[in-house]
Every structure is written in C-alpha cells, then in structure tokens.
Design a binder for this molecule. Structure first.
Ligand code: EPZ
Length: 417
C-alpha cells in the first residue's frame, strides 16, 4: 500500500486547478443506463471511484471508453441487471444503479453496500421510495432484489435528507408513469448537476436545488454530451491548506457559490478570501481564530469538510466545537490528530478542540477519504516528517493530490509500496 510523506512547515502559494466533482460524476455516469446511445462526459476526475463505476457499468453491458478526463458510455445493449457484491463492496455509491436498472430493465439485483468506516449508512430510504414508485423489493442473501413492470409516480417524503437517495429516485422517476414529488430532497450541487443532465436527456425535472423536486415521467431519454461540475470538496481542501500555512493560493475552475458556508467560516477564522468568477483566492492569517462548526446538509457546512476544518482548528488560537450531525462515526481522524499533538476531546457528536501552537509529525493511518486529506493537511503544518499510510483512501476522491500540493510548494511525496 502506498504512503505519502509530508515535510511540514512550508508556506503554500500559487495556483491550483480544481478537478471535476467525484460526487457529481458518479450519479451522472450511472444515468447513462437510462439511455440507449453513446453519452460523452468531460472534466471527469481521474479517480479510483470513477474507474470502479466504469467497471460496474461494463458489468451491466454498457460499452465504456475512458481517456484522460473524458469518458464515453453507450448503454444501448444492457445485458445484466445484477450488481455483484465484489463490485459494490468497493464503492457503496454503486447502489445508484438500482433506480436506473429498474426503470430501464424492469428488474435489478444489487448487493447491499454494507456499512463503512464513517457509519452504518443504510439504504432503507432508497428502498422505501422505490417501493412507493411501485417496485417490488425483497432483501435476500445480502442483495436487493427489485422488479417493476412499470414505475408509477408517487408523492415521496424522505425522513432524512439523503444525497444518493434523492439521486437514485430522481433517475427512477424520470421514466415512470406520471408525476413524482420528492419532499425533503437533498439540495446539494451534485443533485442539481444530475437533474440538469437528466433534463438535457429529455427528462422533466423541476425544483432541483430546493427541498421539493417534481419529476414528470417521460417515455424515453436520449444520450448527451456534458461536462462535470467542479469538485467543491477538493476546492475546500485546498482553501483550508492556504489558511493553515499562512499561504496564498488561487483556485481556478471552481464554483464559489457552492462554497458559501466554508468561505464564511474561513473568513471568521481570519482568512482573506477574494472571489472572482470561477476563481477563489485564499490568503491565510498570521493568527488563526477558533470557530465553531456544525455540519448540515447543503447549503449548510459540508460533512465532507469536517475533518479538514478540524485540522485548522487544532492549531487555532482558542477553543472551538465541531459537531458532526450527518454521520455517526466521522471522528476517526481525531485519534490520529491527537497522536500529532492535537488537543481534541469528543463528547457525543461534538469534538472540542483546544488550539495548540504546533502539531508534531508522526506516522499516521488514513481511515476514509476525507480523513486521509485531513492527515495530509496536518502534515503540512506539523514539525518534522509525517507519514500517511493507506492512501488508497485518498486516491478514491482526490486526483493527483500530492502533485497539486507539490506545485504549491509543499514537500509531499508518494512512496509506492
Ligand atoms: C453522499 O453520501 C456523498 N457520497 C458523501 O460523500 C457525503 O458525505 C454524503 O452524501 C452527505 O453529504 C456521494 O455522493 C457518492 P446520505 P450518501 O444518503 O448519499 C442516512 C465523500 O467523502 N441515510 O446523504 O451515502 C445516512 O446514514 C462521501 O465523498 C439513511 O439513514 O449520504 C447518513 O446518516 C462520504 N438511510 C445520512 O442519511 C438511507 O437510506 C446522510 O446520508 C440513506 C441515508
């Protein structure tokens, strides 16, 4: 397993180009299953999760070609309605094929994704909503077995805001008979991006980005050629890096309005942030101020930025409280940050962080995608050489992160296992 070595203490400066959004690309690539022709996707990030998605779609019979940051998918001849355990266990977002397979093939057998490091992450709300659309759902031997001659529009309320749940049902309802209402729907930019692509395909989806989405089913969806929106979490990670290292980083090709909550909190922490079109310039403060944060569904503070922001607070000048309201076990990085000298106490879903003057380098272990990023960030400001192990987690969601950091002046190198 590869590891990444970080020599701390460098000030980061320069420009970084933000890649396409993993969490937009995954559902958008899967939506190709709804069409019987060749779809072209550009600005696709080159990530392990994208490769896993391409393998999964090929497993269903789609013809997939991937080159650099462009992917084409032709789902004209689907031959298999089963998503096997050995593919789904590698990437839980594989559950996104469930809705499209039922809509297109009238049946699906998809392995239950199981839990992951940050929480149990059930899919009960996906299944309940699909049943509301008329699908017959059974759970057998670790698989979801679903079938429906025809999906019928329904009025659906999500008890909890679920991003992939909203995306799964939006795709299923796009080809259903009649009108589907999704209430308490996720408002994330990635949901809006998927709705935009489905509408380009010929769907009739209104209200994406609000908590009530109306989908009027259509007979057929046609292939498209689209570009993936920028990754707001990658952007946020580099913004925190600038604030951490008293740096001066200009992010290119991002969507500033997707980052309102983080920009607000970074300004409170003392960062100087200038927004201009698709660029964001972040200058880190001499003294980092402590700021409280509570994660919430979009447009609240993103849970996917919680670990990264905690690193910033661990070297801030005071006490801050970070509350994680989305996932029940998303403080795994705290143990590793403590080993680097951070003063963090967990109480329920809240972490109390007392800023310390500096972190000290240590060998640490990545546990999930965003925790890996937080350990790299911690290494940037730690005294000495930090060794981040199990960086395969990082490769799932960040395109060439160490190269981008190196270009900004960081001493970050990957050691191949
Ligand atoms: C998406 O996961 C993202 N992944 C996650 O990003 C992100 O952290 C999460 O949304 C929250 O923003 C992708 O988009 C591929 P949820 P998702 O369904 O859809 C509970 C990353 O690092 N829930 O919005 O799986 C669930 O347990 C990843 O890029 C149910 O109880 O998350 C959680 O507590 C990590 N039943 C809450 O809802 C369900 O049926 C929100 O989960 C579905 C969800």
């Amino acid at each position: 397993m590869d590891k990444i070595i970080v020599d701390g203490g460098r000030r980061l400066a320069g420009n970084v180009v933000i890649s396409g959004a993993k969490n937009a690309a995954l559902p958008i690539l899967v939506s190709s299953l709804l069409t019987d022709g060749k779809n072209t996707y550009t600005n696709v990030p080159n990530l392990k999760d994208i490769q896993s998605t391409c393998v999964l779609l090929q497993n269903h019979g789609a013809r997939v070609e991937a080159a650099e940051n462009c992917v084409t998918i032709d789902a004209g001849n689907l031959s298999n309605s089963e998503a096997p355990y050995d593919l789904v266990r590698k990437m839980r977002a594989s559950i996104l094929v469930l809705g499209p397979l039922i809509a297109r093939l009238k049946k699906a057998r998809v392995s239950l994704p199981g839990g992951c490091a940050i929480g149990a992450r059930p899919i009960n709300l996906h299944l309940k909503a699909l049943a509301s659309l008329g699908a017959k759902i059974e759970l057998k031997h670790g698989y979801v077995e679903a079938e429906a001659d025809r999906l019928i529009g329904a009025d659906i309320y999500f008890d909890i805001v679920t991003v992939t749940g909203t995306e799964n049902i939006m795709m299923a309802a796009a080809l259903a008979d009649g009108v589907t209402l999704l209430r308490n729907a996720a408002r994330e930019p990635e949901v809006v991006a998927l709705a935009d692509v489905l509408n380009q395909m010929g769907a009739d989806i209104r209200g994406a980005g609000t908590s009530v989405i109306t989908i009027t089913g259509v007979e057929k969806l046609c292939p498209v050629s689209v570009s993936i929106i920028p990754d707001r979490i990658e952007a946020g990670t580099f913004m925190v890096a600038a604030a951490l290292t008293r740096g001066d980083i200009t992010l290119e090709n991002c969507e500033p309005e997707h980052l309102d909550a983080l920009i607000h909190k970074l300004r409170l922490a003392g960062a100087r942030i200038q927004v201009s079109g698709k660029t964001i310039r972040v200058e880190g403060p001499e003294l980092i101020s402590s700021v409280d944060v509570k994660t919430h569904p979009y447009p609240g503070f993103p849970t996917d930025m919680q670990a990264q922001f905690m690193v910033l607070m661990s070297v801030a000048s005071g006490l801050s409280i970070i509350s994680e309201t989305i996932f029940e076990n998303r403080f795994i990085h705290v143990g590793e940050l403590r080993r680097m000298g951070a003063d963090i106490t967990i109480s329920g879903n809240a972490a109390v962080i007392r800023g310390v003057p500096y972190l000290s380098a240590a060998p640490v272990m990545a546990s999930d995608l965003r925790a890996s990023a937080s350990l790299i960030l911690a290494g940037l400001v730690a005294q000495g050489q930090t060794e981040v192990n199990r960086v395969y987690h990082l490769d799932r969601g960040y395109e060439a992160m160490e190269k981008k950091f190196e270009k900004l002046g960081a001493a970050v190198t990957r050691v191949k296992s």
